[in-house]
Design a protein around this ligand. Structure first.
Ligand code: HEC
Length: 493
């Protein structure tokens, strides 16, 4: 028996259970075929992205469209490039982790090495019924008003599109999916329903003008009129994408109580739709406030248009558990630049849960120098647990869903540690010879540990957790004011 057949036999035994030797080519039929062996693996692991209107450039739905990629598929799965995934498997079990097994990898490799045969159509599994490109089956879809033209060349840009809120009353939604119109030019999308500003501080406490925008003082220091003047000074209020209302950010920084509910959903290549159903929770979408869609475009050499859509599934009954997407803005001291050449620059932030809750989802966000991010819990009884440790890759900003939400009781601390590589060894690093500051441009850095919590339906989101802001006593970075009207990014690659 050739090594190949031994190999296939082993693969067959581990992957599919015992099989009769006759299925392994003693009659001359190809041992591994697309229809029998490969397609089921592609359906389970690859077609979410590799299908028409999916985010990947080629479809793996049919033999004809997959066949030319056989060798590339083998290489991509053997070197763990596909499916994209960066979490260390030693920690909490993740629901959206790829299910590709060693046996699957062996089967894909054997198919590539044995002539990539199609096999019998009778062996084919039923097609997966992808709904016009959607992964959820949306009840309500909103989209940008008209397609946006993305030019062939030029630098990247962030655009914001404000669309009417489709909900006439506050609505519990059970999943949200963001679908870029042309994934090849969409680097990320953030969907927000901006929080209402907190009440204006009393005029006596207000200090005027620019001075206060760039200084930090305790107490309500910024007169809304001043701040809105500054914000309005940004032409069209485009760009510099902030993740929340500027007052909310200021308030978070001032008090350490976040107005954390600043994003409804986020898309980046590789993210799954946010699905709250498996945790028996839902997200509350407030009626009456417009929806802001922030899109980061990166030209890809061909002029194209993009019409990004957002789909929602609606809860049949009011939820008793609320999913809240937390985006703590100032967990680390953003005054300290990352020194030039630092290859493993560590930043650490900590927050404390102020009420019982469940942790459900994580999405580390950094920029080109991001290396890894780790979330650790210290429970009130002193017990420690690492929940997620994930490498970071700017091109694949993944969300990680806990298979089973983790209960955190009041007083539990969450420590988030991140590393950045600002050295010349980091191929993404545009300026290894310069220190890098914190900011929203891709060429700046960030350390944003986004995470999802489940709380009682009537809990106040900004009371779920608190932290000591890292930079209360220093200059207020005001990153979104510093950035220009259309934020300019380096081209991808
Ligand atoms: C989360 C979405 C996603 C999943 C899941 C996924 N891919 Fe991909 N894949 C992409 C995208 C996007 C690209 C193109 C960009 C790139 O190459 O990084 C790609 C590129 C590829 C390439 C081309 C690589 C090259 O060398 O150019 C291969 C081969 C591939 N995928 C195979 C697979 C296989 C096999 C699976 C399943 C086992 C899979 N992918 C799962 C998104 C995905």
């Amino acid at each position: 028996m050739t090594r190949f057949l031994v190999f296939v036999l082993l693969a067959a035994i581990t992957a599919m259970g015992p099989q009769s030797p006759s299925s392994v080519a003693s009659d001359g039929a190809p041992a591994v075929t697309f229809n029998k062996d490969v397609l089921p693996i592609l359906q389970r692991n690859c077609q979410t992205c590799h299908r028409p209107n999916g985010i990947a450039p080629m479809s793996f739905l049919t033999y004809t469209s997959t066949r030319p990629w056989a060798k590339a598929i083998k290489a991509a799965v053997i070197n763990r490039q596909m499916p994209p995934w960066f979490a260390d498997p030693h920690y909490a079990k993740l629901r959206n982790a790829p299910r590709l097994t060693e046996a699957d990898i062996d089967t894909l490799a054997a198919w590539a090495d044995s002539g990539s045969h199609e096999g019998e159509s009778a062996d084919q599994p039923a097609d997966i019924n992808w709904v016009d490109g959607w992964r959820i089956r949306p009840d309500v879809v909103v989209s940008m008003r008209e397609p946006y033209v993305v030019h062939a060349k030029g630098r990247g840009e962030i655009q914001q599109f404000v669309v009417p809120n489709p909900f006439k009353q506050d609505t519990w939604v059970t999943s949200i999916e963001i679908r870029p119109g042309d994934p090849s030019v969409v680097h990320h999308v953030i969907v927000q329903i901006p929080e209402q500003s907190p009440p204006a501080p009393p005029p006596a406490a207000a200090v005027s003008g620019k001075k206060c925008v760039n200084c930090a003082q305790r107490g309500p220091i910024v007169r809304p009129a001043v701040l809105s003047t500054v914000v309005d000074a940004i032409p069209n209020r485009q760009g510099g994408g902030s993740y929340s209302d500027i007052f909310a950010r200021h308030e978070e920084r001032r008090t350490g109580h976040g107005v954390f509910t600043t994003m409804e959903a986020v898309y980046a290549p590789g993210t799954s739709p946010l699905d709250f159903r498996y945790t028996d929770s839902a997200k509350l979408i407030r009626a009456g406030r417009p929806i802001r869609i922030e899109v980061h475009y990166t030209p890809n050499g061909k002029e194209t248009t993009d019409l990004t859509k957002i789909g929602f599934t609606i809860a049949k009954t009011p939820a008793h558990r609320r999913f809240v997407l937390m985006a703590p803005e100032h967990l680390v001291d953003s005054r300290k630049p990352i020194p030039a050449g630092a290859s493993n620059w560590e930043t650490k932030g900590e927050l404390t849960f102020e009420q019982d809750a469940e942790l459900a989802w994580f999405m580390p966000h950094m920029h080109l120098r991001g290396k890894d991010m780790t979330f650790r819990l210290i429970y009130p009884d002193g017990r420690k647990e690492t929940v997620l440790s994930a490498k970071f890759n700017f091109n694949w900003q993944l969300g990680y869903e806990l298979a089973k939400p983790i209960k955190v009781s009041k007083g539990t601390r969450m420590i988030v540690t991140a590393h950045h590589d600002n050295s010349g060894n980091n191929p993404f690093n545009p300026t290894p010879d310069k220190p890098v500051i914190w900011g929203e441009m891709t060429s700046d850095e960030m350390m944003l540990p986004w995470f999802g919590m489940i709380v009682d339906a009537d809990a106040r989101p900004n009371m779920i957790a608190s932290y000591k802001p890292g930079d209360l006593d220093g200059p207020f970075p005001m990153m979104n004011i510093r950035t220009p009207s259309i934020t300019v990014f380096a081209d991808r690659n």
